[in-house]
Design a protein around this ligand. Structure first.
Ligand code: AMP
Ligand code: ZN
Length: 114
């Protein structure tokens, strides 16, 4: 999508601190980190929200999960634990309409979330 912030990051039109990239996903540091590790994993394809996913997106989801685990390993939080968050829609606080999975770690994370 031409006016999508995260599509522009995928295309390299907006700078981001990318930590990983493969054929289907990009991972980059959140600009407003909420934990020592706060990386966003996104599909290169414009998927507006988690709620837009269907069973046909199974292969993409497998790549997303693989990317999350690779990022967690590289960040050194795979062993200590990390949280994967995908805010979907207004009540969850989704602010960017290109699906993104937050990977948070490096400290004890509270529960329940706000
Ligand atoms: P959400 O509120 O779940 O939609 O998450 C959107 C996230 O994107 C927030 O944590 C923002 O800090 C982050 N964000 C917004 N713009 C950028 C950007 N240009 N580079 C990196 N992260 C961003
Ligand atoms: Zn997009």
């Amino acid at each position: 999508m031409s006016d999508c912030l995260f599509c522009k990051i995928v295309a390299g039109q907006i700078p981001a601190t990318k930590v990983r990239e493969d054929e289907h996903t990009v991972a980059f540091r959140d600009i407003n980190a909420q934990a020592p590790t706060h990386v966003l994993v996104i599909p290169k394809r414009h998927v507006p929200a988690f709620g837009a996913l269907t069973a046909e997106d199974g292969p993409l989801l497998a790549h997303m999960a693989n990317a999350v685990n690779a990022v967690a390993e590289a960040e050194g939080v795979a062993g200590t634990g990390f949280r994967v968050v995908c805010n979907n829609g207004a009540h969850a606080g989704q602010t960017v309409d290109h699906m993104h999975w937050h990977v948070l770690g490096g400290r004890n994370l509270g529960w329940p979330p706000g």
